[in-house]
Design a protein around this ligand. Structure first.
Ligand SMILES: [Zn+2]
Ligand SMILES: [Zn+2]
Length: 337
């Protein structure tokens, strides 16, 4: 009988991945649907995906599933068929990563979570069964162009800053749980206006659309598959992209360029720039926008202090102290949307 958890040492797993000769396809997916017995669902899924040599991280909750995985290229269709045959996952949309070396994961982890997207919602009457209507890229362009339509960006500030849809409003908070009540408050005088919500891959705006409906909004839409799917479809269908700039993603590129527009500015000198970096000082790691000239002048740091003062090492851990705790920074691990 195969195990439901991996028991092989991490170093050995990494080594095995490095020795693989077949390229891997990386993709992400999510779906909201009622999972009555998450533990049972998880165990069955683990066995099935383990046999297909899938690596990655999947979260399972009563409200649904969210995952980012890789699979040997020759197994991709088998993997799609397996997911498609899993009750609840029929017709699941797989977002295939374009520029990915497939080396992000070397083990399969499927974890149970309270929620697939933390929302802070405690209202027992809230249901995800009533969600906004999906819009594809073409429908989005049509509805967004109509007077009176409100387009709402449900991502974080640093994402909005380098790229967003024309005329989209920002919900200025760092966390999704704070954005939900804030969006309701910001739009309270527009209960019957068409409201289109969007995010990177669709998982946040889909939940947000259900929350808005729950709060009495009547005309709520959300962008199917998020900016990722929109950009793919706009290209495929040859329709103009209403999204300007870069789509921020948590990988080495720190963003995928959608259009040539540079809508952000260097945080140090103010010239047009949309390149995110982490402060080179190990005690800081602040995520900020820096132009090439400033990168040279500040040696990749966010400030003169960070440039001139080496990171202090903690006596207990031997690792650099992280200061500026209140400031936003990029977590080094891959982020789930
Ligand atoms: Zn600059
Ligand atoms: Zn710094």
């Amino acid at each position: 009988m195969s195990s439901l958890h991996n028991r092989v040492a991490q170093t050995l797993l990494k080594q095995r991945l490095q020795e693989e000769t077949e390229p891997r396809t990386t993709f992400s997916f999510y779906r909201y649907f009622d999972i009555a017995e998450p533990q049972v669902f998880r165990d069955v899924l683990y066995q099935g995906l383990h046999e297909l040599k899938v690596f990655g991280r999947i979260y399972v909750a009563r409200e649904g599933i969210n995952g980012q995985v890789s699979v040997p290229r020759s197994q991709f269709e088998a993997c799609r068929a397996y997911l498609d045959a899993t009750p609840g996952l029929e017709g699941l949309r797989l977002n295939v990563a374009v520029d990915d070396d497939g080396k992000s994961f070397w083990v399969l982890k499927i974890k149970l979570r309270e929620k697939v997207v933390a929302d802070g919602i405690t209202d027992p009457d809230f249901t995800l069964n009533n969600r906004g209507k999906y819009l594809n890229a073409k429908e989005f362009n049509q509805l967004a162009a109509e007077p009176g339509t409100i387009v709402v960006d449900m991502r974080n500030h640093y994402e909005y800053e380098v790229g967003h849809f024309e005329g989209a409003i920002e919900v200025p908070s760092d966390t999704f749980r704070d954005q939900l009540p804030m969006a309701v408050d910001m739009l309270k005088d527009h209960k019957d206006s068409p409201i289109i919500m969007y995010c990177t891959g669709g998982i946040r705006c889909e939940k947000a659309s259900a929350w808005m409906l729950h709060k009495g909004f009547t005309n709520v839409f959300h962008l199917e598959g998020g900016i990722i799917e929109y950009a793919n479809k706009a290209k495929e269908w040859g329709i103009p992209s209403k999204f300007k700039g870069k789509n921020f993603v948590f990988d080495n590129r720190m963003g995928e360029r959608i259009t040539d527009d540079v809508i952000a500015h260097c945080h140090q000198c103010g010239q047009p720039c949309d390149t995110h970096v982490n402060c080179a000082n190990d005690g800081c790691h602040l995520l900020f926008i820096q132009c090439p000239e400033c990168a040279e002048k500040y040696k990749g740091c966010c400030s003169e202090e960070c440039r001139d003062q080496p990171a202090l090492l903690s006596k207990e851990t031997g690792k650099p102290h992280v200061f500026n705790k209140s400031r936003e920074r990029l977590r080094p691990r891959l982020k789930m949307p």
